[in-house]
Design a protein around this ligand. Sequence first.
Ligand SMILES: [Zn+2]
Length: 138
Amino acid sequence: MEPSRQENSATTLTLGQRVERLRQIQNVTRSGLATRIGRSEDWLTAVEEDRQDVTMFENLALAVNLKVTPRGMREGDTEEVKQLLGSIERDNALEGTARIRALHSRNEHTGTCEECSKRDYPDYAVPYPCPTIEALDG
Ligand SMILES: [Zn+2]
């Protein structure tokens, strides 16, 4: 839990950075987002680099497509935007955890950790749960 860092990451971004970050964490390409809001990729590039002013209507279109309120899009300091950026960071952390768990799985036959037991020499065995899994489980 690092609420202060998440607050900073949401509020200190420029509009362009906010657009870019929200777009990237939602896996939307620049051309994909530009198409959805009826603008060119060059226009969106300029917006993301803070070289292009955004009208109220364009801000609304960006907000709708990036799943935030118009005010959150424009100002970035709303709870909603902070929570969105925060929840996505948490989701990414959970995804990472799931990947580690999948890697450090229990071998049904030997009862050892697949990942930790595969290195060094053939009969090197680390019982499951290995230290990595124990660390994840706290
Ligand atoms: Zn392991």
